[in-house]
Design a binder for this molecule. Structure first.
Ligand code: CO
Length: 136
């Protein structure tokens, strides 16, 4: 498998509306906002060249992002790499002995299929893989 680009960097925030202005000041614009019930978050994406910033705001106290904010405060939550074939990536990582948080790809923002590696595997960095078909 090849992670061919950084798809986005996820940043945990208390409030997306409060966080957007600093990125707007950097010349980024919010292009897409949606609630992802499976993760109990609202996400907002701000393209930055080939990559994006993803702001994550929890929608519930028991959201993983709410727990992250409580434990570590706002900040970088995960790094997401784009892959062409997520099923292949999952079996490849398993074969190499890496732990994944979800055993099967789940639906993330934008309807994309995603998986998270266990943070222990990423040496403290939560790594997300997102399936991204090549542009046609
Ligand atoms: Co993400």
């Amino acid at each position: 498998m090849t992670a061919y680009k950084i798809d986005h960097i996820g940043i945990a925030v208390v409030s997306i509306d409060d966080a957007v202005p600093v990125y707007r000041a950097l010349g980024l614009e919010e292009r897409h906002r949606e609630e992802v019930p499976a993760q109990k978050v609202v996400t907002a994406f701000l393209p930055a060249g080939e990559s994006r910033i993803e702001l994550l705001e929890p929608t519930s106290e028991d959201s993983p992002v709410a727990k992250f904010l409580k434990k570590r405060g706002p900040g970088i939550h995960h790094v997401c790499f784009a892959v062409r074939d997520i099923d292949g990536a999952v079996s490849d990582l398993r074969q190499r002995g890496f732990r994944l948080i979800n055993s099967q790809p789940a639906l993330g923002a934008d309807g994309k299929r995603i998986v998270f590696l266990h943070p222990d595997a990423g040496h403290g960095v939560l790594i997300e893989l997102s399936e991204d078909a090549p542009e046609k």
